[in-house]
Design a protein around this ligand. Sequence first.
Ligand code: NIG
Length: 398
Amino acid sequence: MSTLAIDNIGLLVTHDPELGTRRDAALVFEDERVIAVTRAGAGAGVDADERIDAGGRCVIPGFVDSHTHLVFAGERGDEFAARMAGAPYAASGIRTTVEATRAASSEQLRALAQARRDEALRAGITHVEVKSGYGLDVEHEQRSCSVAGQLTDDVTFLGAHVVPAQYADRADDYVALVCGDMLAACAPHARWIDVFCERGAFDADQSRAVLQAGRAADLGLRIHANQLGPGPGVQLGVDLGVASADHCTYLSDADVDALAGSDTVATFLPATDFSTREPYPDARRAIDAGVRVAIATNCNPGSSYTTSMAFCIALAVRDMRMTVDEALAAATLGGARALRRDDVGHLGVGARADAVLLDAPSPAHLVYRPGVPLVAMTIARGRPVWAAAGFAAHTPDG
Ligand code: NIG
């Protein structure tokens, strides 16, 4: 058993309905769980193996990144530069990454994915969902799911990311493969199935077939929907009861009504809209209508090559008309809901001991000081896993 106390917290955001946001607080973790939230100074009375003096700074729940594609090789910086010079984003760019990913050795792929996971930890992301989707054949999708499983228990099988070149003009044959042999090979490694329902990727019928096959294999459902234009994805997702409809950049009134009347979370990916020069979704309208929302990074080499949740929060506040509190909740509790988990995204007693010490007095600084690395320490499962220079936990003698 090991105990960690964080004392002298100027502002503690718990997202626990009873504890709320507290000034002058202390937190106590035992092994992987939160065991107490108390007054600043009271932490001194706890017989802790390690202590952190927050020095009046702010502590928030660790970020829950509910949409990433961390398993890939190669990069597409030239494609990004061309886009910034006026070229449109196209789903077909995914095939470039498929080639690079298939060509990488398993060792290389594991190392690349782990490096991105480590980068995300430094950005305060303590729980992550990771999709496959750059293998697009049975062998390489299974390998991607297995690599993802070394990073998280929220692995998503995304064989239906785009139709691979080998199946050009035979999309239905590819869908049959995804729903058959590929799903059989990947389901043992995955908790979720996802489909990119978009012009240039999979249409509504194909998407429905993929999700229904995933459900029959006991996977939970997610969908990429309404990213590059209006489309059927959101309403299809709601009909099928998906946990999360992701992107939601183009929402009609009917889409908003459908989401509001459902348990489906709308997961916004603002760094994608930044990197593809799409408009930002109107999160204010969705929240005011009663839609549950999340924010995620969508880290991938094509449309959103970032692990910075702080950047996503800043965009959500600046360009999607969310308040700071709403955006922070969407990047923590919202992500947890999008993954149908209640152990992460908050710091109530019993929660997983995942927290971030910000070198700032309040979460508003994540937006107020854009681009400044404010994560001073990341604590995951009760252990400090990363600290900026000058920040460290201390043993009682240390
Ligand atoms: O979520 N939209 C589909 N998939 C990724 C993009 C992947 C890529 O361009 O490589 C996304 O944005």
